[in-house]
Design a protein. Structure first.
Ligand SMILES: Cc1cc2nc3c(=O)[nH]c(=O)nc-3n(C[C@H](O)[C@H](O)[C@H](O)COP(=O)(O)OP(=O)(O)OC[C@H]3O[C@@H](n4cnc5c(N)ncnc54)[C@H](O)[C@@H]3O)c2cc1C
Length: 541
């Protein structure tokens, strides 16, 4: 567990004077882009017991809009609220959503097959078996003064997203290329005060005749600037020839390009969209791109997808990625746990154990008469060793065999008999029931599940009148915003069982009494700087 302490402490240190150590994380799937498409894929994969790390830099395409329309079941919700709901849904399955930006992805060959190394700003990386590209597109807004500032409010592109709210208003379509006329019939149906401002070369007399015949006014000219009031509402358009058009809203059809620069080194390219208005990434019916193992979903594959469709496509692609991973595993007769691989990797370097037991363990357990103890997420075993030296009969459980091997070696060196067991706290019956006078979990990184399986497994392992002692970091510093252009998070604490989750389960449980649940300054020891813990101590009745 001391490695967990160490690792989280690194995260705590972010933003402080000393340098942050970079981490290499391991997952089945790295999803780049954590909006509708990416989170849709992540939800499927999390529910297929895949370890998933989503990286998101916080700039979804519709972020300038105040409301999201046309999403069945959530019509009118602010876009950020949908993302917040979806993030909580995926985190409940242990899917991590890291704030950060992917800079580059490269292919790496390992003994057990091909992997992708995803490099994040600030130096952290994620090594994954599959990639889902869900980075969306960039709308290349025409360079008209004042236009970008009103984008998503008075300046829009999609009649399905904004049309109803703009019905009966004076709408001007600023047409800078032929595709801009594509949605004219829809806008005309939404308002009888429609104007098209088109570059003269786009004006075909026959088309103009048809439009004017339908009551649309057509003006030949070039927009110079958009006039807005102090509140950012559109007032009209100044033309290059000095004319002024009064308008309540402006519709444009900007060319688009997918956000795929980080994947260029993999050979991922974009091809022309059928509309000729931009480019997108081609995929097969499973969502796989021309680069094997790299999938794509959402606007990056088709800019016409609204949020619901982007989420739906992501969901489908997530399912296809799950199939492809499961097929590989079946062929290798393997049921891999990337979560185990992640921890084994972390224990492959020099030992992380500070050599000291956790101060809170010492404070809480010192006065207890020794009995049987289970240390969950024991890692390299600083606490298990301390308990054994105090006369406890200790079982040390961890998902990482490498961590346990180190613990075992240390225990033998000290002549201690510690029972080391590789166990996944989320697995089937991971711990002996009702057997331990003390079950401790210190900074144990156990992925969350909606049914709190691991919490029940730990609680069930406690004997009558026994104690469950759970300590985690105060997560507040790890949730503070960061600037993804320079730094990324290495770890998402909200994808893991939190001390507060344990408190929630046990405080409503007739068989338990929560004796203590508090935030505390960590006693001196492993921590090199000022940090807080959250401590929970509960007794089985
Ligand atoms: C102004 C406007 C208003 C809209 N209104 C609506 C509406 O009302 N209803 C509707 O259904 N649709 C609306 N849309 C369309 C909607 O924006 C898209 O359907 C939707 O955003 C597509 O989802 P996506 O997941 O494919 O991409 P996005 O939502 O664009 O998400 C891509 C994500 O990838 C992340 N990302 C990109 N590159 C990286 C990187 N290198 N590293 C890490 N993260 C990265 C971004 O931060 C972003 O969060 C609107 C669009 C616009 C432009």
């Amino acid at each position: 567990m001391s490695h967990h302490t160490h690792q989280h402490s690194e995260d705590h240190s972010h933003g402080q004077a000393h340098a942050q150590r970079t981490m290499e994380r391991h997952a089945d799937v790295a999803v780049v882009g954590g909006s509708a498409a990416g989170l849709g894929a992540a939800l499927q994969l999390g529910r297929q017991r895949r370890s998933v790390i989503v990286v998101d830099c916080g700039t979804p395409r519709n972020s300038p809009a105040a409301h999201m329309h046309g999403y069945l079941g959530h019509d009118g919700l602010p876009p950020a609220d949908l993302i917040a709901i979806a993030r909580e849904e995926v985190r409940r399955y242990g899917v991590e959503v890291l704030a950060g930006r992917v800079e580059q992805v490269e292919q790496v060959e390992q003994v057990d097959g091909r992997r992708f190394r995803v490099e994040l700003t600030g130096g952290h990386s994620v090594v994954a078996r599959r990639i889902v590209v869900a980075t969306g597109i960039v709308d290349e807004l025409p360079e008209i003064e004042g236009l970008a500032g009103a984008w998503g409010r008075g300046v829009v592109s999609c009649p399905f997203c904004h049309g109803f709210e703009l019905r009966d208003r004076r709408i001007t379509i600023v047409a800078t290329h032929p595709m801009a006329l594509h949605s004219v019939p829809l806008w005309r149906h939404l308002t009888d005060r429609l104007t098209i401002l088109a570059s003269p070369e786009l004006i075909d007399e026959e088309v103009v005749g048809r439009l004017r015949g339908a009551g649309i006014s057509v003006v030949a000219g070039e927009a110079a600037s958009i006039a807005t009031d102090d509140g950012g509402n559109v007032l009209g358009i100044e033309l290059r020839d000095g004319q002024r058009l009064v308008a309540d809203a402006i519709a444009v059809a900007p060319p688009f390009r997918p956000r795929i620069a980080p994947f260029a080194s993999l050979g991922l390219t974009a091809g022309p969209h059928p509309s000729d208005a931009g480019t997108c990434v081609g995929v097969d019916e499973t969502g796989e791109t021309a680069v094997p193992g790299v999938y794509a979903a959402g606007n990056v594959t088709d800019p016409s997808l609204q949020v619901l469709n982007a989420a739906a496509q992501g969901t489908r692609v997530g399912a296809m990625v799950a199939f492809s991973l499961a097929d590989d595993d079946l062929d290798r007769a393997d049921r891999t746990s990337s979560n185990q691989a992640d921890w084994d990797h972390r224990y492959s370097g020099s030992p992380m154990w500070s050599g000291n037991p956790n101060g809170t363990l010492v404070a809480e357990v010192d006065a207890m008469p020794p009995g049987r103890a289970l240390d969950v997420g024991a890692g390299e075993g600083g606490d298990a060793v301390w308990l054994a030296e105090r006369g406890w009969r200790v079982t040390a459980a961890d998902i990482s065999q490498r961590g346990l091997d180190r613990l075992d070696a240390e225990a033998r060196r000290r002549g201690l008999d510690i029972d080391c067991r590789r166990a996944d706290a989320n697995g089937r019956d991971p711990f002996e029931r009702g057997a331990y006078d003390l079950v401790s979990a210190f900074y144990a990184s156990i992925p969350r599940t909606p049914d709190d399986r691991a919490i029940h497994a730990m609680a069930d392992a406690v004997a009558a009148s026994g104690t469950l002692l759970v300590v985690g970091h105060d997560l507040t510093p790890m949730r503070s915003p960061i600037d993804p252009s320079v730094a990324s998070r290495a770890f998402d604490p909200d994808a893991y069982v939190r001390v507060d989750d344990v408190a929630r389960v046990l405080s409503n449980h007739p068989g338990w009494k929560v004796e203590l649940h508090e935030r505390r300054e960590r006693p001196a020891g492993a921590a090199t700087h000022h940090v807080h813990d959250v401590v929970l101590r509960a007794r089985r009745r």
